[in-house]
Each structure stands twice: as structure tokens, then as C-alpha cells.
Design a protein around this ligand. Structure first.
Ligand SMILES: [Zn+2]
Length: 506
């Protein structure tokens, strides 16, 4: 036989399309050609495969070898095709029984010695192969990451090409990679009880956790905004199986390592204010996910919000509404999930010390303050449901001998989990995702409350979007106290989080 075909997967965003590697040996000048929209790294595979086969004492056929990667119109990058190409050449030159290859899919880079090296973005490939009822063979270096998402009998890993061949010929069967899965997973975040005082901010944090609402904290340096933000994910349940798979796929293709320590942990991303828009929303060629996608199902925390480039911030508006981002570059187009909870912190003014009660400490001119605040556009602010002031603690609060007993993260998480259960049971999603129609149905107000909301909208000059967001927030506050319908105090509390008044008018 001078023909063989082997199955593998191409990586395209979080998709992993099936690729058939066809090998044909024919008479002619000895050479190896790879066709099928293969990019440079794939073409370099020729040299690696040749050396790897010779160094493992196989014969490299001195014939004309044509390698076709089908479908031909799908761009293919990376070194992941080395292993399937090498196995195909062995099968086509009768050094390996071709029929034995059909139950498998292979992914792996070959070293010149024949060892297998890790490839990027293994998770989507493993998931796709599993769905197609194929056994995937991956490099040992990818085994931990692959085992996170795989059924035990659908995944094998090998150190080198000799082990793969020995398995395929039945000489020495590969054993599945065994992992110690942790029995219970709890959020790995510092405890909220470590933060003293700030009852108002803690209440806001609890509500933000209960409905995954976006939150902006404004306060002077040292008031604990960052500490509060870091503790938010400890107030929420860990990821579900489905969410964990989505998150693992995004981390895998963005070349970040995955292991059991981070498995099911809600992501918390904290990009620096010098981040470019590509770093934040994604981009490049081929498109790679940015921070907003790495924060999918978790939290994106932007500290010192006005320090971010305004255009960079405005790029967040679309994914904040839709929960995903589409990136188009020349030959590639990719859509990445980006359903993140947006948490931001800022100082009240450039020097940081302006406050309504003691404006005397501030050294900024009104123009400076105005320019500082204008860094954040109205449409972005409009999308933030909860906006609060975080004041600095008075010294005497630290000196109190008897610190009041604080609610722990675990206690709050129990209450939040109950509120999530209510929402999932009622509408199969959290309140932050309610559509306009669902808001009409599920966020009913009494006649007097409707009037109250109407007055507030006129007074605060709220947009239609802010109106919907206020109702969603009121629904969450009602769910936190396990109430069927939204009461007046739920609505007034929701409204109290809405505007941070312009400090120049205050
Ligand atoms: Zn100032």
C-alpha cells in the first residue's frame, strides 16, 4: 500500500475541526510536499518528521511523498501535525498497519530524536475527539491539561513516537494517565472577614455576587477597594462542569497552563492600566483571546479605571452587552466567549483625596477633576449596575479593642448560592442576563413603585438601559431575601446604587 490516512484536529479559536492527513507515496524524485493551506510551522514539519523517523530507526521512504491536510480551505498552524504526518508515512510505507490507526486521533510535535513535545490548545481537540468517539493520543507533556476535560478511556499519552507505534501494533499498550481529582472544590480566594468595616461596600459586593452585576467602587487610596474586589469570587459558587470546560478551552488556546489547582475556580483577571486594546479584548493573527475572554465566567477587575486608555475602555462596551467578542483578521475569524463580571475601582480625583465631607485634603483643580472623570464615558458608566463610594476607615475604627464579628465568605456564599438557585429555577439564568421581555414578566412592580421608579428616572436622567439594569438589580436584591416579588425597599436600594453624583455638583 502506498496510501494512508490519519486523523487529527486543527486549532481554530475554541473550535477544533477534524483534519484528515492523507499520505501518498509515488515514484519520482525523493521529496516531501505538504499541501492544504499549511503555514510555515506546518511546512517545517518535513524536517522534524524526517529526522525523528531516522533517529528512531524507522526507514524514511526515498520516494515522492505527498501530504494533504484536508479540508484544504481551513488554515492550519502549529507543529501539532508532526505526529499524524509521521504515522501516516509509516503506514503508507507498510512499517505500521494502517487499519489500526482508524480508531484514533493524534496531536503532537516531534523532536528530532522522536520524543513528543507539548502543543498549545489541546483542550478543544480532546473535547472534539471525545465527541466523535475517537481515542486521542497526545504528548505526555499535555497529559495533565488534557485529563482535566477527558473521559479516562478516551485519552492516552506517550513520551515518544516509539511508544505510539508499540501501542498501535499491540506490542506494548499505553496505560491511561491517572490523576488525583480533588473530591470537593471550594473557591480559592481570601476571606471577606479579613476586611474590617465597610458594611456598605460589603453589602454591595454581596448583591454583585448574587446576580453577577457589574460594580464600580470609588474611594481614596488605602480604602480597601482592591482587597474587596479580590474577595468577590470567594462569595460565589465554583464553576459548573459546563462553565469549567468553556473556561479550560479558552485558557488552553491562549497558552496558559491548566491544572487541578485552578480547575473550576472562577477566573479573576486584573490587567494593568497600560494594557492595549488587543491585550484586553483579544486580537492578533491568528486571533487570540484577550483578558475579557480569560475572565469568561469570572471577574475582570480594572483598578485605577481612569488611567486606562479611553478607546481601550470603550472596546468593552460591546462584549459587556453581548457576552462574546468576534475578531476578524485577514484569513481568520474567531468568536470568543466573554461573559465577564466587570469590577472597577477608581480614586475620586487625580490626587485621590477628594471627599464630599473633607474636600480640603484635595490638591486638584476642578478642571483636573473633570478631565479625570471624563476618562470614563457615559455609555460605559451606564452599563455598571452598582456604583458605590468606599470611604477611608477612621483611625479609631482600627484601634477598637473588640473588632465586631464579620460575616465570612463561606457564610455569604451560602446565601448567594441560595439566590442563584432561585434564579436558575425560575428563569434558567442569572438576573444579569434577563432580556427586556423577561424583565417585564419577572420584575413586576406595584403601582406606587412604578411611579417611584418613573420619578427617579426623570430626576436621575436615566437611560432606557439604566432602567432595565435597575430592575434586574432590584430583582436580585429581592432574591437575596428570597422574596417572590420586588418590594419598595428592594427598588430604593437598587436605585441608591445607580448614580455616583458628579462630585463637582455635590
Ligand atoms: Zn484631588
Amino acid at each position: 500500500m502506498s496510501f494512508a490516512c490519519v486523523y487529527t484536529r486543527a486549532s481554530s479559536g475554541v473550535q477544533a475541526y477534524l483534519v484528515t492527513v492523507e499520505i501518498h507515496l509515488s515514484n519520482g524524485l525523493p521529496q516531501l510536499n505538504i499541501v492544504g493551506l499549511a503555514e510555515t510551522e506546518v511546512k517545517e514539519s518535513r524536517e522534524r518528521v524526517r529526522s525523528a523517523l531516522l533517529n528512531t530507526h524507522f526507514e524514511f521512504p526515498t520516494r515522492r511523498i505527498t501530504v494533504s491536510l484536508a479540508p484544504a480551505d481551513l488554515p492550519k498552524q502549529g507543529s501539532r501535525f508532526d505526529l499524524p504526518i509521521a504515522l501516516g508515512i509509516l503506514a503508507a510505507s507498510n512499517q505500521l498497519p494502517g487499519a489500526n490507526l482508524q480508531a484514533y486521533e493524534f496531536v503532537g510535535e516531534l523532536a528530532l530524536s522522536g520524543e513528543l513535545r507539548a502543543v498549545h490548545g489541546i483542550v478543544p481537540s480532546v473535547l472534539a475527539a471525545q465527541q466523535a468517539n475517537k481515542i486521542m493520543i497526545v504528548p505526555m507533556a499535555n497529559a495533565v491539561e488534557a485529563s482535566l476535560v477527558s473521559r479516562p478511556n478516551a485519552l492516552l499519552s506517550a513520551e515518544n513516537i516509539l511508544q505510539v507505534c508499540a501501542h498501535l501494533t499491540g506490542q506494548k499498550i499505553l496505560t491511561p494517565y491517572l490523576v488525583d481529582k480533588p473530591k470537593t472544590i471550594v473557591p480559592d480566594a481570601p476571606d471577606l472577614a479579613q476586611v474590617y468595616g465597610q458594611p456598605h461596600a460589603k453589602r454591595a459586593l454581596k448583591i454583585a455576587a448574587a446576580g453577577r452585576h457589574h460594580l464600580l467602587m470609588r474611594g481614596p487610596p488605602g480604602s480597601g477597594k482592591t482587597m474587596l474586589a479580590q474577595r468577590l469570587r470567594g462569595l460565589m459558587p465554583v464553576l459548573t462542569d459546563h462553565e469549567a470546560l468553556e473556561t479550560a478551552a479558552i485558557y488552553s488556546i491562549s497558552r496558559r497552563s491548566l491544572d487541578w489547582k485552578t480547575w473550576k475556580q472562577r477566573p479573576l483577571r486584573t490587567p494593568h492600566h497600560s494594557a492595549s486594546s488587543v491585550a484586553l479584548v483579544g486580537g492578533g493573527n491568528p486571533p487570540r483571546p484577550g483578558e475579557i475572554s480569560l475572565a469568561h465566567n469570572g471577574i475582570l477587575f480594572l483598578d485605577e479605571l481612569p488611567q486606562f486608555n479611553r478607546h481601550v475602555l470603550d472596546a468593552l462596551r460591546e462584549p459587556l452587552e453581548s457576552g462574546c467578542i468576534t475578531l476578524s483578521r485577514a484569513a481568520h475569524q474567531a468568536q470568543f466567549l466573554a461573559d465577564f463580571q466587570f469590577i472597577a475601582a477608581m480614586n475620586p480625583c487625580p490626587c485621590g483625596y477628594w471627599s464630599a465631607h473633607e474636600p480640603i485634603h484635595c490638591r486638584c483643580s476642578p478642571e483636573q477633576i473633570l478631565r479625570y472623570q471624563k476618562q470614563i464615558s457615559g455609555p460605559l458608566l451606564d452599563r455598571i449596575d452598582i456604583q458605590i463610594e468606599v470611604p477611608r476607615l477612621a483611625v479609631k475604627q482600627f484601634l477598637e479593642v473588640e473588632q465586631p464579628k464579620e460575616e465570612t465568605s463561606a457564610q455569604i456564599r451560602a446565601i448567594v448560592t441560595r439566590a442563584w438557585d432561585i434564579q436558575i429555577k425560575r428563569q434558567n439564568k442569572l438576573n444579569n442576563q434577563l432580556s427586556g421581555e423577561e424583565i417585564q414578566k419577572l420584575c413586576c412592580l406595584s403601582a406606587s413603585d412604578r411611579q417611584l421608579l418613573g420619578t427617579a428616572i426623570t430626576r436621575l436622567n436615566l437611560s432606557a438601559r439604566a432602567y432595565h439594569r435597575t430592575l434586574r438589580l432590584a430583582r436580585t436584591i429581592a432574591d437575596l431575601s428570597a422574596m417572590q416579588s420586588i418590594q419598595t425597599d428592594h427598588l430604593t436600594e437598587a436605585l441608591s446604587y445607580r448614580p455616583i453624583p458628579n462630585i463637582l455638583k455635590a
